[in-house]
Design a protein around this ligand. Structure first.
Ligand SMILES: [Zn+2]
Length: 175
């Protein structure tokens, strides 16, 4: 599997607005360490406003990914649509800019390729809710009732098992 990288060449940027578009697929997430996303159809529209040493980057990421519902386990198509910003700083004296609320990509003057892989990956993962369920806004499906029943039965079975253990515990042995 060849890892796809998303980058721009700074030398190719013109003053003012620049656009780039990247397609994110399942491989991109797997190769970066995440395996709970499938059928990924995401587009990252990237706008770079080039200034002298600092450029402003706008990421508009939109599309749909499949994730499993935490409640019924069914695969749900989760719509993704968000905008995030970052700064691209070209400098040889990299200092931690702790005051900045925005993500910063540092690039040395001798470097030309600015990679966005990590940022895009993090942005998408942050945008996915902790609790993923069929109730989420934009998801068309409802929880799979049959699956819910099966899961419920399964937990009842476990309870029965526990009861039987309790019975066993209550047995008294005569010495
Ligand atoms: Zn569900």
């Amino acid at each position: 599997m060849e890892t796809k990288h998303f980058f721009i060449k700074v030398s190719r940027l013109s003053e003012g607005e620049n656009h780039a578009q990247f397609e994110l697929d399942d491989d991109f997430f797997v190769s970066n360490g995440s395996d709970f996303i499938s059928n990924c159809k995401l587009i990252a529209d990237v706008e770079i406003s080039k200034l002298e040493a600092t450029s402003r980057i706008k990421f508009h990421i939109h599309g749909i990914v499949d994730v499993d519902c935490d409640v019924c386990n069914k695969s749900i198509g989760l719509p993704i649509d968000f905008t995030q910003y970052a700064l691209l700083k070209i400098t040889d004296s990299v200092s931690e800019d702790t005051n900045s609320e925005e993500e910063i990509i540092y690039l040395r003057k001798s470097e030309d390729m600015a990679y966005f892989d990590e940022l895009i990956y993090d942005f998408v993962l942050i945008s996915i809710p902790m609790k993923k369920s069929c109730d989420l806004e934009g998801v068309i499906k409802n929880c799979d009732n049959e699956m819910l029943k099966k899961l419920e039965n399964l937990s009842h079975d476990n309870e029965d098992l526990d009861d039987r253990w309790d019975d066993l515990k209550n047995l008294k042995f005569d010495n």
